[in-house]
Design a protein around this ligand. Sequence first.
Ligand code: 4NP
Length: 151
Amino acid sequence: MPVSILMVCLGNICRSPLAEGIMRSKLSEDFVVDSAGTGGWHAGELPDKRSITTAKSKGIDITNQRARQFKIADFTTFDYIFVMDNSNYKDVIALAPNEEAKSKVKLILNELFPNENVDVPDPYYGGQEGFENVYNMLDQACEEIAKKLKF
Ligand code: 4NP
């Protein structure tokens, strides 16, 4: 079974699509990478234009992605579930059916700043620079994750 990673935010249109695209760019095709939102309002939509533009400027195409809502089955499908902020953490943990499921859920920036529980800020209501900031944080965090997974 390939190692599988799920990136989770609120809407699955701003942060987690960037995280999915960045993570995939750092791993071989042997890994499964996906993303989801705790909310379902944007299900079926493309990533936010500002996420698409930011990713494109770094050579990453995320226009193949469509938003979907996180589901309970994701706890069994995925080995690692990285959430973007403390609110996502609370929402996903509340759905976990058992301790094994809970243990798969990690705040993504704890890969860079262990135990500090730092949020990836929601860039939805800001400008393009917020998306650049999110991209840079996620790029560093995904680099750490890739290093660990490749040993
Ligand atoms: P995301 O950003 O969680 O990074 O995808 C958001 C996108 C949409 C909304 C909130 C956050 N919204 O309220 O529609």
